[in-house]
Design a protein around this ligand. Structure first.
Ligand SMILES: NC(=O)c1ccc[n+]([C@@H]2O[C@H](COP(=O)([O-])OP(=O)(O)OC[C@H]3O[C@@H](n4cnc5c(N)ncnc54)[C@H](O)[C@@H]3O)[C@@H](O)[C@H]2O)c1
Length: 309
């Protein structure tokens, strides 16, 4: 009898807590979630030399954060540093770092800790795309995709998470992709790296949550194509539900999700529906839907030759 009472009690506690969480979510559907202040926070952005990384840097500069900018491209990273300086940043430090190299990440990370301090918002944004079908993609390029788009996240977490835990204060941001939720024709290595980045960030979130490290937040971002250099030439057939996103819009949403401490951000909203449908539709119907939305042809116009060669 006693074990049954124990189980019933556990179930009641679970149901009670669940109701509270649902009520809280409903309340925040109608009233705006308070945004956290990030003035003075040390924000590290990888891949800050262009695209989303540069725009994120500008946005955090305007919010009063201290910026640590990492990129493999020294010149473009320095350009970003100058741009954020002109935007009136509290402090901006540019470091050349090849995030695909573990030793480079650790070396530059310890330099940052000495010269700037403990990073409190880590944005793993650096990324590359090969854009070739699996059997056409050379092994070295596939390895590089995994090194930059996924493994770099392991090394940056190892470098900066311990201090966040010690301070009970930190935010881990993973720029994954909708290609980290659903396979995309012609992007096998990219999808593998983005699924891995998603799974890794989600698991560390579970670990910090279960360890009651309440000060450590996570945001995982999964956007569809964005008009940056990375996926230049790619098209979307159903642009009313799956538009190619404007970079400024994407960055606005990403920063807002960080300030709201939102765990998942998929954009556009249709991605939530696609992920939901994928979980139960018969695979043949899923393929029909994929064909209908043009998923087998997204990459047809891909012209990012710099990264292709
Ligand atoms: N553009 C899109 O359509 C899209 C869609 C979904 C997700 N994303 C993701 O968003 C992130 C930013 O993409 P973007 O569109 O701004 O691309 P981008 O090509 O404009 O910028 C990527 C930056 O990463 C840097 N980088 C590349 N390899 C590096 C390395 N080894 N070490 C350090 N820096 C390196 C590049 O120099 C560049 O500045 C990427 O992770 C990308 O996968 C992009």
């Amino acid at each position: 009898m006693a074990p049954i009472l124990g189980l019933a009690q556990e179930l009641l506690v679970f149901l009670g807590k669940s109701i509270l969480v649902v009520v809280e979510s409903l309340v925040f559907t109608f009233i705006p979630v308070p945004r956290k202040k990030v003035a003075g926070e040390i924000v590290l952005i990888t891949g800050a030399g262009s695209g989303l990384g540069r725009l994120l840097a500008l946005k955090f500069a305007r919010l009063g954060s201290v910026l640590v900018l990492w990129d493999i491209n020294q010149e473009r990273n320095e350009e970003t540093r100058k741009m954020v300086q002109e935007a009136g940043v509290a402090g901006a430090y540019a470091y050349t770092c090849d995030c695909s190299q573990r030793e480079d990440v650790y070396r530059v990370a310890s330099q940052v800790k000495k010269e700037v301090g403990d990073v409190s918002i880590l944005i793993n944004n650096a990324g590359i795309v090969t854009g070739r079908k699996f059997l056409d993609c050379p092994d070295e390029l596939m390895e590089k995709s995994l090194d930059v788009n996924f493994k770099a996240h392991l090394w940056t977490y190892k470098a900066f998470l311990p201090a966040m835990i010690a301070n009970d204060h930190g935010h881990l941001v993973c720029i994954s992709s909708s290609a980290g939720l659903i396979g995309v024709y012609g992007l096998a290595d990219y999808c593998a790296s983005k699924f891995a980045a998603f799974g890794f960030a989600e698991t560390v979130f579970f670990e910090t949550f279960a360890s009651k490290q309440k000060g450590i937040k996570t945001t995982i971002v999964c956007p569809f194509f964005i008009k940056t250099q990375m996926f230049e030439g790619c098209t979307s057939r159903l642009s009313y539900v799956l538009p190619i996103l404007e970079p400024e819009y994407a960055v606005e949403k990403i920063v807002d999700a960080i300030l709201k401490e939102q765990l998942y951000l998929y954009m556009p909203r249709f991605i939530y529906i696609m992920v939901f449908l994928k979980s139960f539709l018969p695979p043949k119907l899923g393929m029909l839907l994929a064909e209908y939305v043009g998923a087998f042809n997204f990459m047809d116009g891909f012209t990012n030759s710099k990264k292709k060669d």
